[in-house]
Design a protein around this ligand. Structure first.
Ligand code: GAR
Length: 204
């Protein structure tokens, strides 16, 4: 079976990168992680990539005159590796036109809330402050907005009365680690079809 080729973009810890890569290495997986792109030199995810033997590139946004040049440089790395799908995993930067055009319909993101609630930063803390009883995570296609693209899958997680931000974030993260690899495998199985804002998941 020819496996789909994935690049993971991250800015921090990299736990989703690890779960995506572990799932890729499990028997019967239909994709492989070829590359990590990172915009922060101190990101622990870089070290995790090295340990897992995945080539990782720190691309310094400060070294380029603007987003266009920064993303054009990343696009070169992706094209060299024949990347078919970009997975944002804690990549704290908006994707711009260079990558959105080149990888139209082929960029995914995971967000630690049930979108469209609590897009952007500190989603878990804001959900807690709002007093929601249920939160969760969302995998979606990426468009030019902040966490606004068509939703592929969501997993709800209960919020407990004694939760603090860390406890809720941990409970959500456990579900992120299951949901994201599943969504990627659906993508490469050709089961995801975007119809306007709705993503249809075709059965086998
Ligand atoms: C994850 O919780 C992910 O959902 C979130 O950052 C964390 C990254 O963790 N992403 C966003 O908030 C994007 N808006 P990780 O580096 O351990 O995968």
């Amino acid at each position: 079976m020819k496996k789909g080729r994935v690049a993971v973009f991250l800015s921090g810890r990299g736990s989703n990168f690890v779960s995506i890569t572990r799932a890729a290495r499990a028997k019967g997986s239909n994709y492989t992680v070829r590359l990590v792109i990172c915009d922060r030199p101190e990101a622990p995810g870089l070290e995790k990539a090295a340990r897992m033997g995945i080539p990782a590139h720190f691309v310094d946004p400060g070294k380029f005159p603007g987003k266009f040049a920064y993303e054009a440089s990343i696009r070169g790395l992706l094209e060299r590796e024949g990347i078919e799908l970009i997975c944002l995993a804690g990549y704290m930067r908006l994707v711009g036109p260079v990558l959105l055009e080149r990888y139209a319909g082929r960029i995914l993101n995971i967000h630690p809330a049930l979108l469209p609630s609590f897009p952007g930063l500190d989603a878990q803390a804001r959900a807690l402050r709002h007093g929601v009883k249920v939160s969760g995570c969302t995998v979606h296609f990426v468009d030019a907005g902040t966490d606004t693209g068509p939703i592929i899958a969501q997993q709800a997680v209960p919020v407990r009365d004694d939760d603090d931000e860390a406890a809720l974030a941990r409970r959500i993260l456990r579900q992120e680690h299951r949901l994201y690899p599943w969504a990627i495998s659906q993508f490469f199985a050709g089961r995801l079809q975007i119809r306007g804002r709705t993503v249809i998941i075709r059965k086998k």
